[in-house]
Ligand binder design. Structure first.
Ligand SMILES: [Zn+2]
Length: 321
């Protein structure tokens, strides 16, 4: 009988669901909206309902499910399967593994979403199967996943590798984690827009300011477009973001000594010059012995990375059987 892995990538807006072979090939994938009502109480039930509904389309039934592997945002304790806090879903001390198990009766594994994406990229994407790697995901926030000696770094309670919460500014902006000046407050989409809004207030006659008055808002796309047209203020935002990230990656590399650093997420699609600027900042700052063995690459698997990472987690479990 064919056995499949059900991969879940649970986000604040949608839940990505995939049926995968144990080799990490996606047989079918789709999305359902994340139901945030009642602090996310209905999410698991709706996921499993959708899984059961979609099994027959590939001539599968529940017996074909070998395991369920879920990626969730926030601080995740993979040993217990508890999500400490996922702010944009509403879960707090939520026992996701137990909920999934109660309804499914197969082995269930929970991992932080950025870690799962890093494992996917490491296995089938830009990571090339290397044993030491840093992955950083630049989206609304900044996700991080660090592979050391072939294994994802989780730490004592699932906080290891949370690159987005490294403090880079003593008097910076408030972060979702409750502290001030984290990397995420600068290099994420949210962080870049915040920088733009601050600069607009200081430079009322700038191009950015004019665009803001016209549209009532400003996006990272606007910042990249204006910078492409030679706008200095927009370029300043990009320069600050790329140099900050490059410098954090250089510092992290002293600990991890990776052979590949992968930059993924929405902002990684901003173009070659954005990635090159991160790499330049990295090389300027990193110890030469560290940077000469490390290449910086753009993620290759896009939104599928976490689903593919799910199959890898399942494989690792199977090896222990
Ligand atoms: Zn933070």
């Amino acid at each position: 009988m064919d056995e499949i892995v059900v991969g879940l990538d649970i986000g604040g807006t949608t839940v990505k669901i995939g049926f995968l072979t144990k080799d990490g090939e996606i047989l079918k994938k789709w999305e359902i909206p994340t139901n945030k009502k009642n602090h996310g109480k209905f999410i698991v039930e709706e996921i499993l309902g959708s899984v059961l509904k979609n099994l027959p389309s590939l001539n599968f039934d529940q017996q074909n499910i070998f395991s369920i592997v879920a990626g969730a945002p926030g601080f995740v304790d993979k040993k217990s399967g508890v999500i400490y806090e996922a702010v944009n879903i509403g879960w707090k001390n939520y026992d996701l593994a137990a909920q999934l198990k109660a309804l499914s009766n197969v082995p269930v594994f929970i991992e932080n979403d950025a870690n799962l994406a890093a494992l996917g990229e490491n296995w089938k994407g830009a990571g090339n199967g290397v044993r030491n790697m840093i992955a950083v995901t630049l989206g609304t926030g900044v996700g991080g996943g660090i592979v050391v000696n072939g294994e994802i770094l989780s730490g004592v309670n699932g906080t290891g590798g949370e690159i987005g919460h490294i403090i880079v500014e003593n008097n910076g902006a408030p972060c979702n984690c409750g502290r001030i000046g984290c990397l995420e407050t600068i290099v994420s989409a949210t962080g870049m827009v915040r920088q733009a809004v601050e600069l607009i207030a200081e430079n009322p006659s700038s191009c950015l300011s004019q665009l803001y008055s016209k549209n009532g808002e400003v996006s990272t796309k606007d910042v990249f477009n204006l910078a492409g047209q030679g706008d200095q203020l927009s370029q300043q935002i990009i320069d600050r973001s790329t140099s900050t990230l490059g410098s954090v990656l250089a510092d992290l590399s002293i600990i991890v000594n990776p052979s590949i650093i992968i930059v993924g997420g929405g902002l990684s699609q901003a173009g070659e010059s954005f990635i090159n600027a991160i790499a330049d900042s990295y090389r300027k700052r990193a110890m030469p012995r560290v940077s000469e063995v490390c290449s910086i690459k753009v993620a290759e698997l896009g939104n599928d990375a976490a689903l593919i990472g799910a199959a890898r987690v399942s494989n690792e479990f199977e090896k222990t059987l």
